[in-house]
Design a protein around this ligand. Structure first.
Ligand code: FES
Length: 300
């Protein structure tokens, strides 16, 4: 055996493996101060980047789509009228807790409602689906880029020097998403009931109720299907049904449910946008029929 492979005399640390250099010898062979593996990136000004691709395309589309929806839904909620047509009820007003239509659960506008506030049945319920959307994990990732601009995109300068993240106020509030999920599941049941009601038409001549299917019935039914696809892919639901378990394989029913939710989760963004557009269209459909601008086509 050569001298290089023997433990040095007086060495306190043995070699890592028989015949190898000792720890002290290995330490001596290393550079005194290894070069840093990474260096802090230079601060960029807002929107400054060396990227040449169309990184801004998706944030702009999200900005237009989401802002358009917020503007329309806010306008529709403030109208307080033309939200029903025959057996149809706009999903922006469902459930109608108090209101003037036959769909109202507890009668007309309550006396306790502050007189100085504008009135619309939508104000009482729209906060729940709005909160569910706003705190959705997908939408957060999307509108942080398009509206909050932080982070805007990889290697693009941001408007703020620091990033607080979701462990601090105000973004900490996003964690209420799981509670909005419970409400969203209840809303799905209510909207399904609205579809059932949309199958029963009153004959204006006789006052008798008869089964039927109108184009509006299909619009409202598709709305429920799309909202269900969006809700069933919720990340919080996935966690609830199985994600929080340490050993999913030991719970076959929960495992099945987890994989089932996972199928929807994979397309969560698609479900999110289709359901967003369709819920607005459903309101528009009922509104325009109620205003006499569109005619509801009766299929059966
Ligand atoms: Fe999108 Fe829950 S994560 S709805």
């Amino acid at each position: 055996m050569s001298a290089a492979s023997s433990p040095p005399a007086g060495s306190a640390t043995p070699p890592a493996h028989p015949g190898g250099p000792s720890a002290a010898a290995r330490a001596r062979s290393l550079p005194a101060s290894p070069p840093p593996l990474s260096r802090p990136l230079p601060a960029r000004g807002f929107l400054a980047t060396s990227r040449t691709d169309a990184w801004w395309g998706r944030p702009v589309l999200v900005f237009l789509g989401f802002t358009g929806f917020i503007v329309y839904s806010t306008w529709a909620a403030f109208q307080g009228a033309h939200y029903t047509f025959g057996p149809y009820l706009s999903p922006f007003y469902s459930p109608e807790l108090f209101g003037a239509s036959e769909h109202a659960w507890f009668g007309p506008k309550p006396g306790w409602y502050p007189g100085w506030l504008p009135w619309s049945p939508a104000f009482l319920i729209l906060w729940a689906p709005a909160g569910f959307r706003l705190t959705c994990y997908y939408y957060r990732g999307a509108y942080y880029k398009s509206h909050w601009a932080d982070p805007l995109a990889c290697s693009v300068g941001e408007p703020r020097a620091g990033y607080l993240g979701e462990r601090h106020f105000p973004l900490l509030l996003q964690n209420v998403h799981r509670y909005f999920l419970y409400l969203a599941l209840v809303f799905l049941v209510i909207l399904s009931y609205d579809v059932w009601r949309a199958l029963w038409f009153t004959d204006p001549a006789t006052g008798a109720t008869e089964f039927g299917v109108g184009a509006g019935t299909l619009v409202l039914a598709l709305n429920v299907v799309l909202l269900a696809g969006y809700t069933f892919g919720c990340h919080s639901l996935r966690h609830l049904v199985g994600g929080r378990l340490t050993r999913l394989s030991s719970r076959p029913v929960r495992q099945k449910a987890y994989f089932c939710v996972g199928r929807f989760t994979r397309r969560h963004m698609t479900w999110a946008w289709f359901s967003l557009v369709w819920v607005a269209f459903s309101d528009l459909y009922v509104r325009l029929c109620s205003m006499g601008i569109w005619t509801d086509w009766r299929i059966i």
